[in-house]
Ligand binder design. Structure first.
Ligand SMILES: [Zn+2]
Ligand SMILES: [Zn+2]
Length: 110
């Protein structure tokens, strides 16, 4: 059983293609679970918190480049993007998107 890191509600696990998606119906939180990694929910949660922090620190990111990416929250198809090196330096940098329309921030799941 998994719980939403944002609001604490029980989340639903869904399978789409090869991905396991974690979805909260109360607050709309969602994340992709990497089945190759154990303790995935912790990993995903900490990364999501990192995203949130990034989002808070980049309120004036209008200079960032935009790209075509569909916002998981509102469906708008343009987003700012930037690269972030996650906690372990031996990992490839992760690309983050921020919806131009609603400001939702998410990461790219390569
Ligand atoms: Zn939630
Ligand atoms: Zn959006």
């Amino acid at each position: 059983m998994r719980f939403c890191p944002k609001c604490g509600a029980r989340v639903i696990l869904k399978r789409r293609d090869n991905l396991l998606l974690l979805e909260c119906h109360r607050c709309g939180y969602n994340a992709v679970v990497d089945e190759n990694v154990r303790e995935v929910s912790e990993v995903t949660t900490s990364r999501f918190e990192a995203v949130t922090i990034v989002s808070g620190n980049t309120e004036n990111i209008r200079a960032l480049p935009t790209t075509t990416a569909e916002c998981p929250r509102c469906g708008y198809d343009k987003a700012y993007w930037w690269m972030v090196q996650t906690r372990s330096a031996d990992e490839a940098p992760t690309r983050f998107f921020r919806c131009v329309k609603c400001g939702y921030v998410w990461r790219e799941y390569a």
